[in-house]
Design a protein around this ligand. Sequence first.
Ligand code: DC
Length: 229
Amino acid sequence: MAIDGPSGAGKSTVARLLAEQLGFAFLDTGAMYRAVTWHFLQEGCAPATCAGEPDRGAERMRRALATARLELSAGRVLLNGRDVTPHLRVREVESQVSMVSALPFVRTAMRDLQRAVAMQGPVVAEGRDMGSVVFPNARWKVYLDAAPSERARRRSRDFERQGRQVSTTDVLDEINVRDRLDSTRSDAPLRQAPDALYVDSTGLTTEAVVAVLLAYVRRGDAQRLRAAP
Ligand code: DC
């Protein structure tokens, strides 16, 4: 199952719960891009740091990527054997991840890894290009959306839970910037796949969204059974 949508639409929570209920693995592809961004920051070659270099740090980033071994297991992200999960939502990562995820060589590497994970068994994969690019033949595709103000409110609540005080206005500004970067990049921009189910989660609880998606999965199965000879 492929779930795409803008930041703060609730994809991760919904996808994790759905994967549990379906007995599928859960693949958070945003976490993969965040881990690569963190790695680049550690190596001193993140896009903002290298903006003044002739190739904007591309060669150094390529080399850093070649030495990055990513593993995802039980909701944790390991980078060269080290658990980097606690670092994925820090501000430095958040401010650079859209630039990193727009780099075609990063996307190609992540795409290969995402497909390799899905080869191992059924998966609920969430991100920006799951249904449109990485898994065009996914059995179920969902585009999960929500009003920007609601997405900003949810993100502010997440930050509060992490003990960070960020105003909803600032979060809304960041969300708007990220949405623009994610949907205007040339490689695999955020886009609804034509055959995806559109779900607007504004005003819906997580449980309600999961129920809508479970009904979609079951309906799809029933339609397939009816269509079978
Ligand atoms: O879903 P998230 O906020 O954790 O994603 C972090 C960033 O990674 C976001 O700016 C867009 C990018 N991303 C992407 O380009 N493609 C994906 N499949 C998943 C995330």
